[in-house]
Structures are given as C-alpha cells and as structure tokens.
Design a protein around this ligand. Structure first.
Ligand SMILES: Cc1cc2nc3c(=O)[nH]c(=O)nc-3n(C[C@H](O)[C@H](O)[C@H](O)COP(=O)(O)OP(=O)(O)OC[C@H]3O[C@@H](n4cnc5c(N)ncnc54)[C@H](O)[C@@H]3O)c2cc1C
Length: 533
C-alpha cells in the first residue's frame, strides 16, 4: 500500500489548488482522478472541430481564479512555470433583439457613461462593505473566522443596521436591479450574470450575487490563461510534482476507508489501496460522498439522509463553433471586442427562460452566453478565424416539453433533440452575427446528458454541483446537517462546488481546507497575537 500525507479524490480546481498549497507546505500529496485528464471542468481540446483551433470544452473564463486568495499565494510559482493571464478592457455586453446593446468594462468612467450615475452609486455603495461581501464568500462560515466576520459586521452597522444589511443580501436580482437602475438596458446587462451563480433573477440572494459579479467585472475584467485552462492545470500539477507529490488519471476512488472514526486511506475500483496519514479531501457531491464513498456505519443517519435529499439544479448545454472568418456582429462594433456577450430580451427574458426550464420546458428564448475567447487570447485560432463558445444555463435536466411548442421531447435528451435545440440557438445568434452560418466550419454540441457523463459531480447536467438556492448555500452548504468542509469522519474534508463557497474557478473550498490543515496549533496561534511574537 502506497502512502501520502493527503489524498485528494478528484482533480477539479479545488483539489489542484488545495494540493499545490499543501505541497508547498511540505505535505506529500496524491491527487486521484477517474477521467483520463486532470482538471475536471478545465478541459482544453486542440482540434476539436478543425486543426489550429483550441477550444475550452467546459469552463473558459478565469476572473474568479485570478481574484482568488489561492492564486495570490500560488502566483509566483505559476509565473515561474509560465502560466500567463491575458485580459481585455471590455468584459461583457448584452445584445438585445432590437439591435441595441449595453456594455460593462474595467473602466469606471466608461461604465458610468454607459449606465448613468446609478452605476457609480451602486459601485461605491458595494465597495464600502466589499470586505464583508467578499469575506462571506472567502471564509469558513462555521468557524471562529466566520464568527469574527459576523462581529465585524455588527460593530460596523449596529444591531438594526446589521438586520438591514442582511436583508439586502437576501434580495432578488429583480428587486435590486429595478430599485437601482431606471434603464432597462442595465437590467438586461446584469441579469444574465445571475445564471453564472447557479440562480435565477427572482431567487433570494441573486441580487447580492449580481452586485458581487458586477463589481468584480469592473475590478478584474475577463482574464483567461494564454493557451487555455490546461496551462493552469499543468502549472498546478507541476507545483505538486516538484514537491514530491503524485497525480494519477484513470484512478477512480470507490471507497474512503475509515478506521476508529478516522479516514485513513482510499480504495480504487481496481482494489489498490492508498493510505492518507493526515487527510482525505473529497472533491465530490454529497450524494457520492455519503451515498457510496463512505459506508453507512461511518456517518450519522441524519447526515446520510440530508445528503440523499441534496438537490441538483437545472442542466447545461455547450455549443462549440469554429468560424473561418471574424464575426460580423450587426450594430455596435464593440460586440466583436467583448469576450462574453449575452443575447437576451432582458431581465424578463432571463426570468421567463428560467421559469420555463424550472417547469421542465425547453426555453423558447433561452439566454445565450456567447463567449469569444479569441478576443482575449488570439493564439486560440488561426489568424483571421474565430471561436464561439456558447453556454446555455437554463435547459432542464429532463425535458418535459418545449415552451415554443416545436420540438418533441418525449424521448428525452436524444442526439436529435440536442442538435435541433442547438439549431434554434444558433439561428437566433445568427440574427445578430450576419456571417455566423456562412463561416461555420463545424460544431460540437453537449447536452445535459453529455455534460453529466463527463463528471459525476454534474448530476443531471447541473454544472454547479447542486442547487445554489439559499437553503443549500452559504451557511447551509453543502448540507444543513453538516455545513462547511469538516465531516463527521475525522481527517475527512469535503471540498468542491457542492461545498461553500460553491461553484466557479475560485478554488475557495480547496483553499479553505488547505489553510485549515496547515494552520498552526492553537497555542502558537494565541502566542502569535502577543506583541513581539
Ligand atoms: C460547462 C462548464 C462551464 C463552466 N464555465 C465556467 C467559467 O467559465 N468560469 C468559472 O469560474 N466557472 C465555470 N464553470 C464552473 C466551474 O468550472 C466549476 O464549478 C468548478 O470547476 C468545479 O470545480 P471542482 O473543484 O468542484 O471540481 P470538478 O471540476 O467538478 O472536478 C471534479 C473531478 O473529480 C473527479 N471525480 C469525481 N468523483 C471521483 C472519484 N470517485 N474518483 C476519482 N475522481 C473523481 C471528476 O471526474 C472530476 O474530474 C463551468 C462549469 C462547466 C461544467
């Protein structure tokens, strides 16, 4: 039996960042991945459609990573290893059906000119308490640090003020947007971003998430690594290997072995056992962790039952296009310089599409996330050609009908339904990009079923590792019966998108778990507070 200090189950961004941080602290770590690639949602494929084109099959945009404490800590190593981030001034825009548009950039004056004084007012208001807002998303909430954050908020606002502030955090995107901006273009610019947090614009906390994203976009733009996400994966893997750690693909963990209430090893599906003397970190869903990786005798019944009730959100679709020409967007020339353009009728359009999908219907007018990675990284496609990375964050996991009344969904997500629905999307996008159809060299479409097959964490095609509704988020993620990253099993930590602070490439849970494992013992922490130490 081989042995390590820590073993990670799965190689998503949370595992890779957590493993790199532990490795740099002197731990001998092992990352085990069932797929034949490392990185989970970070999957860069050369020549997916045509030679010379580099596509991101899944995740593409790295603002959460470049703004994360994990990146801040690992950046010197990643720089040394040649991981380079590229960025643009224009971050996002929305193209409306009538040909009008709205944009958000990293230039505060340009944003005020675009969206009026309301933009600057909301930005200043948010930034005054940004430490608390980002603190909620970067702190182990059920810990001394979480309590400290609560105390900080109490001393800043007082009792009544704290109630008011928390009420604001709970508001929906619809309420926040309509109270903040008169201009409906501003609603349509920001409402689609709610989908990137796994929510809809009428759900509790979606207003808070919209503010976080809006301000983060002005502050950080839309960075991507030169050459694709694989460069980040390779960089993090190199940090682990250079410290004596190992990363293995095609190594599926089927069991976490528990002895005396403590996680001591994992067993692969071929029978091999790998010992973990200090920690096992599982980057999986609660369903897998408590339903199959642990035995029923290893955890309390209420936690197992809570995990069995864990809910998954809507499905997701990806449409990848390679174009032989640059896109000729109709209307504003900035559209061709914007890495993420949403195509939607606006706030009500997003709301309607989400509602249709929640009812099991294929949205008649889905919110199209049109990603253009070549804007930021020209190395992704041959000169004069283009890549379109389309994301649909609304489709139902199991379609029960078509809101447009056109497609037959009775057999579920068949290849036929997948392609027919993609046709609808591409045709709508084609009404904004006049040479879309004539310049398309080929396309690859992934339905929620294809997405689910790529990663057991994407149940039903939910790329966010479980519904992000309030009762399953923040203080309650992953499970009200066992929130946070510690589990009822000693030395076993739960990380990944299903855990706080949820999905995205920010590596928050991997970072928090690594920090928890490498923090000095209590006496040393107390001594460190004394003057002179
Ligand atoms: C299509 C798509 C587009 C996205 N776009 C963006 C984006 O542009 N920007 C952004 O910030 N976020 C994006 N996201 C969300 C973000 O990528 C994910 O939330 C994040 O990457 C999840 O990371 P994770 O650490 O939870 O692990 P995951 O990426 O879920 O990886 C977990 C890994 O664990 C492996 N695994 C699971 N069980 C086992 C087992 N028993 N044994 C061994 N291995 C196992 C899986 O095979 C997988 O490789 C996107 C996600 C998807 C799917």
């Amino acid at each position: 039996m081989t042995g390590f200090d820590a073993v990670f189950v799965g190689s998503g961004i949370n595992s890779l960042a957590g493993a790199a941080l532990l490795a740099k602290s002197g731990w001998k770590v092992c990352v085990l991945e069932r797929n034949d690639w490392l990185g989970g949602a970070l999957r860069t494929v050369d020549g997916l459609i045509a030679p010379g084109f580099t596509h991101e099959l899944f995740a593409s945009w790295h603002p959460l990573w470049t703004g994360s404490p994990a990146y801040a800590e690992l950046k010197p190593d990643l720089d040394r290893l040649g991981v380079e981030y590229l960025n643009t001034e224009l971050a996002t825009g929305t193209a409306f059906p009538d040909g009008s548009c709205a944009f958000l950039s990293t230039d505060s004056d340009a944003n005020t000119a675009e969206l009026g004084d309301a933009w600057q007012r909301q930005f200043d208001g948010f930034m005054a308490n940004a430490d608390l807002a980002f603190g909620v998303l970067g702190t182990e909430l059920w810990s001394g640090a979480g309590l400290g954050l609560g105390r900080q908020a109490y001393f800043r606002f007082g009792r009544r003020g704290l109630v008011e502030f928390t009420g604001g955090v709970l508001s929906s995107a619809r309420d926040w947007l309509t109270e903040t901006f008169e201009d409906e273009r501003a609603h349509g610019l920001l409402a689609p971003w709610v989908l990137h947090t796994g929510l809809g614009p009428d759900q509790a906390t979606s207003g808070f998430m919209t503010q976080v994203i809006a301000c983060a976009l002005q502050l950080g733009g839309m960075p991507v690594p030169r050459g694709g996400g694989v460069k980040l994966v390779e960089g993090l893997a190199a940090i682990v290997r250079q410290a004596g750690g190992e990363l293995r693909t095609e190594a599926e963990v089927e069991r976490i072995l528990v002895s005396g209430g403590k996680a001591t090893a994992v067993r692969l599906n071929g029978g091999e056992t790998i010992a973990a003397s200090r920690a096992v970190l599982a980057c999986v869903t609660p369903t897998q962790l408590y339903g199959s990786l642990l035995g029923s005798g290893d955890t309390p019944r209420n936690v197992r039952e809570g995990a069995a009730r864990f809910r998954y959100g809507r499905g997701e679709m990806q449409i990848h296009l390679a174009l032989s020409e640059l896109p000729r967007w109709k209307g504003d020339e900035r559209l061709a310089r914007t890495p993420i353009v949403h195509v939607t009728p606006g706030l009500n359009g997003v709301s309607r599409a989400v509602n249709e999908a929640e009812r099991g219907l294929l949205p008649a007018e889905a919110t199209i996330v049109c990603g253009q990675p070549v804007v930021v990284d020209p190395s992704r496609a041959p000169d004069g050609s283009w890549i379109v990375w389309i994301q649909l964050q609304e489709p139902p996991s199991v379609p029960k009908g078509d809101a447009a009344g056109e497609l037959d969904t009775a057999a579920g997500w068949t290849e036929g339904l997948r392609e027919a629905y993609a046709d609808r999307i591409v045709e709508r996008l084609g009404s904004h990009i006049e040479n879309l159809s004539s310049s398309t060299l080929g396309r690859v479409v992934l339905s929620p079923v294809d997405i689910a097959a790529a990663n057991p964490n994407w149940v039903g095609g939910d790329i966010y590792g479980g519904s992000c509704a309030l009762d399953q988020n923040l203080l309650w993620r992953p499970l009200p019966a066992n929130p946070g990253h510690e589990t009822p099993v000693e030395n076993l930590f739960h990380i990944g998108a299903s855990t706080h602070p949820g999905p995205g490439l920010g590596a928050g849970s991997g970072y928090l778990a690594a920090k928890r494992l490498t923090r000095p013992p209590l006496p040393r922490r107390l001594l460190a507070r004394l003057p002179g130490f």
